[in-house]
Design a protein around this ligand. Structure first.
Ligand SMILES: [Mg+2]
Length: 161
C-alpha cells in the first residue's frame, strides 16, 4: 500500500488481488506442448477467483495458437493472461518489465521458472519471491508453489461426494 493510499483509505484499502507468475517452457511443458505433470496438477487446482495466473514467456505471438491450444487442452487457468515477448524486445527485458508491472497491480505470491538469469532476475528486481525449476527434477519447485497457494487458501475446495 502506498503512503497516499493509506492516508486516504486507512486500513480499509482492499488488498490487491493475488497472482502467480508462471513461465511456460521447461516449467509447465517441455518441447512446446508436452505437459509437466506436476505443473498441470497444481495449476488446475487453483481457484481462479482467488489467484490469477499470469504466464510470462519468451514466446512471441507467433506461438499464440499452439499456446492457446495447450492451455485449453489441459484446462489451465490464465488463458487470457499470456504475456508474449514483443518481437522487438529481448526476453530478459520483457520478463523484467512484466514482472514489475504485475508486482504493482497484484500481490504476487511467487514467480516460478527454470531460468534464474531471466525470470529469477526479473523477480528479484520486482521483489517477488522466485522459485527455480530444476529441469531434471521439476516436481520439487511445484511442491513449493503448491504450499504457497495452500497458505493463501488459493485452491478450489473440492466437493466431496
Ligand atoms: Mg523457461
Amino acid at each position: 500500500m502506498s503512503d497516499l493510499a493509506r492516508q486516504l483509505f486507512g486500513d480499509d484499502v482492499p488488498a490487491k488481488r493475488l497472482a502467480l507468475i508462471v513461465d511456460l517452457d521447461d516449467t509447465v511443458c517441455t518441447g512446446f506442448a508436452c505437459p509437466l505433470r506436476a505443473a498441470i496438477e497444481v495449476l488446475v487446482r487453483i481457484d481462479r477467483q482467488k489467484v490469477e495466473v499470469h504466464f510470462v514467456t519468451a514466446r512471441t505471438e507467433v506461438s499464440q495458437k499452439g499456446t492457446d491450444e495447450f492451455i485449453m487442452e489441459y484446462r489451465l487457468p490464465g488463458y487470457r493472461n499470456v504475456h508474449y515477448c514483443p518481437k522487438w524486445q529481448g526476453t530478459k527485458r520483457h520478463k523484467t518489465e512484466v514482472h514489475a508491472r504485475l508486482a504493482r497491480e497484484y500481490q504476487v505470491i511467487a514467480s516460478i521458472g527454470d531460468t534464474d538469469d531471466e525470470e529469477g532476475e526479473a523477480s528479484r528486481l520486482a521483489s517477488v519471491p522466485f522459485i527455480l525449476v530444476d529441469r531434471d527434477k521439476p516436481d520439487g519447485a511445484w511442491v513449493v508453489v503448491a504450499q504457497l497457494i495452500e497458505a493463501v487458501q488459493g485452491f478450489r475446495v473440492e466437493a466431496t461426494t
